[in-house]
Design a binder for this molecule. Structure first.
Ligand SMILES: Cc1cc2nc3c(=O)[nH]c(=O)nc-3n(C[C@H](O)[C@H](O)[C@H](O)COP(=O)(O)OP(=O)(O)OC[C@H]3O[C@@H](n4cnc5c(N)ncnc54)[C@H](O)[C@@H]3O)c2cc1C
Length: 382
């Protein structure tokens, strides 16, 4: 059992930490307020190779692994979550389904631009009628000659409407299985395809500098060859993608939880009340000690889940534990950090205000806390 980072991993963590502090921190507050997607920052992340971290060099990647991606996500989210979720969704939801399940031709065609961060892709699973019950997909795709004809809609799809979005992969019902249940498949829809409309961006509570849209498909025709993976395997595929994605969201949550510690320590040493720095009061010290405890424990949980995944072991339950604990820790830490900042914590110019707004979605996206508890209980035979 070894939870120490290798030299290479530590160097990656340092370089992303420097990037987050020197490049992201100075500009992200303004982008957030204006609800603007931070194109120049994303371009720099692409140049650093962050979007290609877990992919082989033959597809334009950096030849690293999923844990390297998690380390980068943690360091970005320590400063800002909009940028971190853009990377998380770009890699784990956008590129990964193509890498894991796509044909050789699809990988060669789509992955190099995604790995360089020149393009982004989205993953459309959630629908207006529900996200947790993903098997209840209503979007349909029918094979008509050499084309799939898609009808339906998807909600809350990250990275789906940027100027550099190349495609979205959507799940759709493509028929009935022998047992009567719907057959679900994944299909790649390039941006700009007739019948594929990207709705206006949502007005969100948090992640305000990230890109999220509703998508609609009306008689949207794409080549039959745009099927991603085997026909009828879409459900199994997205479960695998979500299991991995939970480790990434856990890492992002740890970053936010740690960012709250950093900001609170700084503020507790600067702010005085009743003749002392507020950090001299045990009530404040204990809050920050508990915040550190949560961030540290959540980090160990995602390291463990990632180590199991990379060793080829079963990691589903550990990923659910890491995601659940880390996201709830992020929410608690954000609430406590805001409290420590008093009235200033409620002002958007302070990073903790942004962290407070960004934390809540972590308990919802890529499987709600209730869904994580269901998965853990199921593993216990309940
Ligand atoms: C900013 C943002 C970005 C997103 N990005 C993407 C994306 O890129 N791609 C994508 O496909 N989706 C995306 N989502 C969707 C997200 O994954 C879903 O919102 C989430 O899975 C929950 O689905 P829902 O919103 O439909 O809630 P519902 O499934 O309707 O759930 C509502 C409530 O009921 C609870 N619940 C449901 N079933 C049960 C049960 N069996 N037992 C107990 N409680 C239950 C839930 O936990 C929740 O509290 C994004 C969402 C947001 C807000």
């Amino acid at each position: 059992m070894e939870f120490r980072l290798s030299e290479e991993q530590a160097a990656l963590r340092e370089s992303v930490r420097d990037f987050a502090t020197e490049v992201v921190a100075p500009v992200i507050g303004d982008c957030y307020e204006r609800e603007e997607f931070p194109y120049p920052v994303v371009k720099r992340m692409g140049e650093m190779g962050l979007f290609g971290l877990p992919f082989p060099e033959e597809y334009g990647g950096m030849g690293g692994d999923y844990f390297a991606l998690c380390l980068a996500l943690e360091e970005l989210a320590r400063v800002d979550s909009s940028v971190a979720i853009t990377l998380e969704a770009g890699v784990s939801l956008g590129a990964m389904p193509i890498y894991r399940f796509g044909t050789e031709e699809q990988k060669r065609r789509w992955l190099p631009r995604l790995c360089r961060g020149e393009a982004l892709a989205g993953f459309g699973l959630t629908e207006p009628g529900g996200g947790s019950d993903a098997g209840a997909t209503r979007t349909r795709a029918e094979l008509d000659g050499d084309s799939w004809v898609i009808n339906g809609s998807k909600s809350f799809i990250t990275n789906s409407g940027t100027d550099i979005t190349d495609f979205v992969t959507v799940t759709a019902v493509t028929g009935r299985r022998a047992d009567g249940r719907p057959e679900i498949s994944s299909i790649l829809v390039p941006s700009g395809t007739n019948g594929f409309t990207v709705g206006p961006k949502y007005s969100k509570v948090g992640w305000c500098a990230s890109d999220t849209h509703e998508l609609s498909f009306v008689d949207c025709r794409v080549p039959a060859a745009n099927l991603v993976g085997e026909r009828g395997r879409g459900y199994a595929q997205f479960l695998r993608i979500l299991d991995e994605g939970r480790i990434a969201i856990a890492a992002l949550s740890v970053g936010l939880a740690q960012g709250c510690v950093d900001e609170s320590v700084k503020y507790a040493k600067q702010r005085s009340a009743f003749g002392h720095e507020i950090g001299a009061y045990q009530a404040i010290q204990f809050k920050i000690a508990d915040m550190k405890l949560r961030a540290h424990t959540a980090r160990l949980a995602y390291y463990d889940a990632a180590a199991r995944m990379l060793a080829g072991e079963d990691f589903k339950t550990e990923a659910a534990i890491a995601k659940l604990y880390a996201s709830e820790s992020a929410v608690t830490n954000a609430r406590e950090a805001t409290q420590i900042h008093g009235g200033y914590g409620f002002m958007n110019e302070f990073p903790v205000a942004r962290m407070w707004r960004d934390a809540k979605i972590l308990e919802i996206g890529e499987g709600t806390s209730e869904v994580q508890r269901l998965l853990i209980a199921r593993d216990l035979g309940l």
